[in-house]
Unconditional design. Sequence first.
Length: 564
Amino acid sequence: MTSEELLQLVDEVRRPNAESASVEVKAARSGTPQRIYEALSALANRPGGGVILFGLDESRGFEVTGVGDAQRLQEEVSHVATADMEPALRPEFTIEDIEGKTVVAVEVTEVPHEQKPCFYKSAGLQRGAYIRVGNTNRVMTDYEVFGYVSARVQPTYDEEAVREATLDHLDQERIAQYLAGLRRARPGASYLSSSQESALRQLRVVRETDGVLRPTLAGLLTFGKFPQEFEPQLVITFLQYYGVDEGEKTPRGERFLDNRRFEGPLPDIIDAAVNAVMANVRKSSLIEGLFRRDIPEYPEEAVREAIVNAVAHRDYSPFARGSYVQVRLFADRFEVQSPGGLFGRVTEETIEHEHSTRNRVLTRLLEDLHIMENRGSGIRTMIEAMRSANLEPPRFQDRRASFWATLRSHNLLGPAAVAWLNQFSSKSLNDRQRLALVFLRQNVRITNSDYQRLNRVDSVVASRELRGLVQAGLAIQHLTRRWAYYDLVGALAPKEPHSDASGSPTDEERILQYVREHGAITNAETRSLLGQDARRVRYLLSLLQKKGLVRQEGEKRWVRYVLP
């Protein structure tokens, strides 16, 4: 980290008076904090790593107070990082004089996925591994630790035999059709020319346990007559809400417009869930000559891929079998929540390009049935389908205990957006940059990975074109390198919260409406209202403050926001 980057980082922290998911602030005026291992572990386990800033006092509004002994601080942090952490860390230090006081930045690099979780050896793996949640560090749960450790090897839970289940619990007609299809597709496969029992063994649909052939979990879920007899929670649930949050009720006081539970073999419940979503989404009509064509709010292809991926890649370990795939439809978005975080080397940023299969047998069976491709193309299919419909790219969030895919109904190139873009007609911008401006208008900020996903370009092109928006005086860059993000210059940012092209309120408007109705709102209430992470919530609240639409009352955990 250069001195200039450190100065910028300090400025970014002090502007909204808040830490972020990637930056931890420590005063260290009286010496190295005793529990520094918590921040080291949490940032090392965080995608992209992070920075610890020593010399700012959070209790005094992030005032620069300086560190007492920079040399000793480096020695002690280095000792903890290399001798007390597993795996050992190699932090990088940057020292700068700010306002006559010494500030030290410690860059903590993310450890490789096969070495996670990084933990404090004295406390042990179960109590010494930490995870970053918003701007705080907390001890990992047993399941989160298990998720990281189990990702070091290939899981085989889908290949395990289901106790008490027998061949009688499989649908023989489905199996016969499946094997017939394979024989047509693979006429030279010798294992398909043997007996049905032998073929099913080799395909891991069944396996022998104590001299008895029993369905594997993958076989039962795919070909079972009623798999939920043995695994009641391996289902898909569907909830349709009236508004944009779970607490908003219909005029008659009902919480849900629709509430269903889909049971049966996976091919059936996937179709049922997709049909339920498509039957309930809004539709617009397009007249083509003498015919009318209905256009759904979300592309069916994207909806199907989101649900298929959730079922195929969820965690089927005993830890997670009590959880089900949840599908939720709101007025402004469609969500799919799958038990278990991302597997292997895949991250939110690399999900389009990296591919790690958690459930090898199950995904192969679904591939054979043409339900999925098992080529890592499902995510790209979702993104392309949303792009073709002029909608935002899907948003992916790995919460370690679960994985979320969200499709939003914001039409990026609706009439209002096009009219807004016309003010930049004199600027030398390409279509990708114009689309990024509309994205910024709806989402406040954009990162390099957001730009790549929005425009299907690589990181180099994204960086160059984002810099072009800055040079054109349309956007501002915050932070640098992997932590960089961009927002609109103040003159372009909407002075008042606005509704999107579909008429749905923005996050800012929802916050203001809550304040009008309840008198105030806290950070926790904002996270619950929006379903957003702590970083975005802090940014939105700070943005509303800058616009003079709310003001802050109280300090620390008693902070709340009221109308000015």
